[in-house]
Structure formats: structure tokens, C-alpha cells
Design a protein around this ligand. Structure first.
Ligand code: PMP
Length: 267
């Protein structure tokens, strides 16, 4: 599904066939989860493939690399240009793009000076489907922002997302909703959350969540449309009295919730 005999990836400065690439089994990313990545989408438009918010995604990748001390010597513009060339070489217009920066062979707990950059892309439908979701409140919290950089897309952070998704799916739900360390609603395992109450939208402020690019886009669009959005903490009890709720994220796009635990959203 992700690649075939013909798929081309960008790997350490070169465009090569995915089937010819190999990864380092001694990589610190594999052993300790010290790597950073992004999830980006391109859409087919009347002017051809357009990468959505490319600069913002690569800025976040560079932020993650910087805080983890991972060397990434490409600018946002260079990475964008490479992405367009990669799409072209793969003949893709609607695509999901996955840049990943991994660290080299080093079993110490100091970031390796060696890094590898790979950019992959493939066709991918809406990650959470297009039906309303049945969501379970997770028993796992989002990570404490004092234990990591929650706004950095660090590979190792995603074990928290995997734990909560496994728990939700194994209990017959579609997705998980996670609270923060203070018990406020934080976000989904890989998407941000908005609730609607009396014609107004609310979303948790930055601090315990990924600063989603889709979230920011939704807030910009609401401003343009005169829809009120407030960034504010809210509890699970408040969310269970909301009129509606939706998740936003690059992979998920925008997807509504049918229910949260035993609460059915009325709208
Ligand atoms: N929260 C988490 C934990 C995520 O992994 C993502 C995906 N990057 C999001 C929210 C949504 O962010 P974006 O809209 O930038 O994809």
C-alpha cells in the first residue's frame, strides 16, 4: 500500500527507488524513538498538485529537530521544492507526504550527530474515514509538557497515541480522546478537538496539545466567516453537554463525532 516496485523516495539528498533503500538497525530512532517527522497532504487542484501549508509543516519539522538537537540542514523552501519534485516523480497529485528525520548509530542518550532525512509519499484516503466517529475517553493522558516538547512531532511520543488508539479500538470504538495532566480535554491521538455549544466553537489552548496546522486553518476560516472560536480549557463533563464535536488533523482532515463514551452529540 505504501510503496511498490516503482515508488521513488527522497533519501539523503537523492531520489531513489523505495525498494532499494535500507535503514540502519543501530539507529537511535529505532532504539529510543529519537527522530522527528511530519504528516502533510497534497491535493489535486485546477493548477495541479498543491502541497497544503508546506511551509508550516516544514517549520514544525525544523522546530522538532532543533529541540531534539537533531541536525537538519534544509530550509522550509528547499524541503517544499523537494516535495514537489517527489510528487512529480511518483505521478501523484492527491497524496500524503511523510518526511522523517532519523538519528544515526549511537547507543548513548546524547543525540547522534549523524542524521538521515527521508521523504516518502503515497495515496491515502481520510485516515478516520468519512462517517461520524464513536469515541472513547482514554485512560491514557497526553504527555506532561514538562517531560517533553509536546508541540514537536517526535517519533517516540507516538507510543502514547498508539496506546490510546489500541485501547479505544480493542473496546469497539473508532478513536480515543485524551485528557491532559490536569484532567482537561486535550486532543485525539492524532488530531485536535473542537466543541460546539450554542453556536460558538471552543478548542483547548496550546500547552498540552500538538499545535495542529489544520486546527489553525479552521480557526482562520472561522474568523473569515464570522464564526466565534475561543481557545479555552474545558472538561469532559462540559464536552458531554456540547451540541457537536469534531476532530481536525492532516490525516483525518475534519471529522465529526457521533458519540463520546455513552453521550450522543445531538447535532
Ligand atoms: N494532535 C496530534 C497528537 C497529532 O499527531 C496531529 C497530527 N500532526 C494533530 C494533533 C493534528 O495536527 P495537524 O493538523 O498539523 O496535522
Amino acid at each position: 500500500m505504501y510503496y511498490n516496485e516503482e515508488t521513488v523516495i527522497f533519501y539523503n539528498g537523492e531520489f531513489i527507488k523505495a525498494k532499494d533503500a535500507s535503514a540502519n538497525l543501530y539507529s537511535q530512532s529505532l532504539h529510543y524513538g529519537n527522530g522527528v517527522f511530519e504528516g502533510i497532504r497534497a491535493y489535486n487542484t485546477t493548477e495541479g498538485a498543491r502541497v497544503f501549508k508546506s511551509y508550516e509543516h516544514y517549520k514544525r519539522l525544523k522546530f522538532g529537530a532543533e529541540v531534539m538537537n537533531i541536525q537538519l540542514n534544509y530550509s522550509e523552501e528547499e524541503l517544499t521544492q523537494i516535495t514537489y519534485e517527489l510528487l512529480e516523480r511518483n505521478g501523484l497529485k492527491d497524496a500524503y507526504i511523510r518526511p522523517l528525520v532519523t538519528t544515526g548509530a549511537d547507543m548513548s542518550l546524547l543525540t547522534s550527530k549523524e542524521t538521515d532525512l527521508v521523504i516518502q509519499c503515497w495515496e491515502w484516503g481520510k485516515y478516520m474515514g468519512d462517517k461520524l466517529l464513536r469515541v472513547k475517553t482514554s485512560s491514557f493522558q497526553r504527555p506532561n509538557p514538562k517531560s517533553c516538547f509536546v508541540e514537536a512531532k517526535v517519533t517516540g511520543h507516538y507510543t502514547n497515541s498508539i496506546l490510546s488508539t489500541n485501547e479505544a479500538k480493542n473496546n469497539g470504538y473508532d478513536e480515543a480522546l485524551l485528557l491532559d495532566i490536569n484532567g482537561n480535554v486535550a486532543e485525539c491521538s492524532g488530531a485536535n478537538v473542537f466543541m460546539e455549544k450554542n453556536g460558538k466553537l471552543y478548542t483547548p489552548p496550546r500547552g498540552h496539545i500538538m499545535a495542529g496546522i489544520t486546527r489553525a486553518t479552521v480557526m482562520d476560516l472561522c474568523k473569515e466567516e464570522g464564526i466565534s472560536v475561543e481557545e479555552k480549557h474545558f472538561t469532559l463533563e462540559e464536552l458531554k453537554q456540547a451540541d457537536a464535536c469534531f476532530f481536525t488533523g492532516t490525516a483525518a482532515e475534519v471529522v465529526g463525532l457521533q458519540s463520546l463514551d455513552d453521550y450522543q452529540f445531538p447535532l
